[in-house]
Design a protein around this ligand. Structure first.
Ligand code: NAP
Length: 263
């Protein structure tokens, strides 16, 4: 494991949902977690309490990933508190406020999703990668790990939220780019593609997905249940614990088998 027994992680959007689930699983492995959030300080403090109760430690750090000065402050604060960043998880993300048909979708939603879901992770990764490059490698030559939380939307067309699909596809390519650029420096980069996960983001479409997952004849995924934030957290933990040393640029489908083409 990186920085064994005391590895440090910066998880964006860790106050709620999948990010919180990731922070908790890292805490169970003894990790120290910088819990980034945008505006919900109450939820961020709750996440920190849970992290401590799970055996980890950390601190909360407000910052909008779409804002350059916020990204710089979040990274500086994490390095000040921890001394190094062993793992970056680009998890923060938003869905369109309104699901609009492809022919009517507006620029405002496109710009918002692009800024938060793709521009933010790209420039945050740039900053953190430079920090990791300055860090001494561990015994196996590893300087850090980067995980991008994308989606089944990377390859699934949803014509009522095309902007979301396009930015997630961009984030998948970003994974390959950084994986190639950083491999020789001992920094491996991964993509995790969650399926339908029960969080605030999917709260508004719960009835629709209840039907698709549980009631339809075969269900949209072979494993017929909602995903949990913990499912994604366990995958990130396996990466933090260095279970895949001879991999980089890999995409993990954590989706109940949604990605299978079935006949
Ligand atoms: P969520 O429950 O809505 O939580 C979103 C998190 O992101 C919150 O912690 C929020 O902070 C933070 N956030 C939002 N905008 C931010 C910004 N500009 N800067 C920093 N933090 C920001 O969402 P989720 O379902 O956990 O989704 C997490 C990630 O997984 C997203 O990238 C999403 O696209 C992806 N994903 C989700 C699903 C799913 O089914 N839920 C499926 C596939 C992929 P505050 O608490 O301060 O608002």
């Amino acid at each position: 494991m990186l920085n064994k027994g005391k590895f440090t992680a910066l998880v964006t959007g860790a106050s709620r949902g999948i990010g919180r689930g990731i922070a908790l699983e890292l805490a169970k492995a003894g990790g120290r977690v910088a819990i980034n959030y945008a505006g919900n300080e109450v939820a961020a403090n709750e996440a920190l309490e849970l992290v401590r109760a799970a055996g980890g430690d950390g601190f909360i750090v407000q910052g909008d990933v779409s804002v350059a000065s916020d990204r710089a402050r979040v990274v500086a604060e994490t390095v000040r508190q921890f001394g190094r960043i062993d793992l970056l998880v680009n998890n923060a993300g938003v869905a369109p406020s309104v699901r609009a048909d492809l022919l009517d979708a507006g620029e405002e939603s496109f710009d918002r999703l692009f800024a938060i879901n793709l521009k933010g992770p790209f420039f945050l990764t740039q900053l953190v990668a430079k920090q990791m490059l300055e860090q001494a490698p561990d015994a196996e030559g590893f300087r850090g790990r980067i995980v991008n939380i994308t989606s089944i939307s990377v390859y699934t067309a949803s014509t009522n939220r095309g902007d979301y699909c396009m930015v997630k596809a961009g984030l998948a390519m970003m994974t390959k780019l950084f994986a190639d650029r950083l491999a020789t420096a001992g920094i491996n980069v991964y993509e995790i593609r969650p399926g339908v996960i029960a969080t605030d983001m999917t709260g508004g479409v719960k009835a629709k997905y209840d039907k698709l997952i549980l009631e339809d004849e075969r269900g949209i995924s072979p494993i017929r249940r909602w995903g949990k934030p913990e499912d994604i957290g366990r995958a990130v933990r396996a990466i933090a614990e260095d279970r895949f040393p001879f991999t980089t640029g890999t995409a993990f489908d954590v989706d109940g088998g949604f990605h299978l083409q079935r006949l």
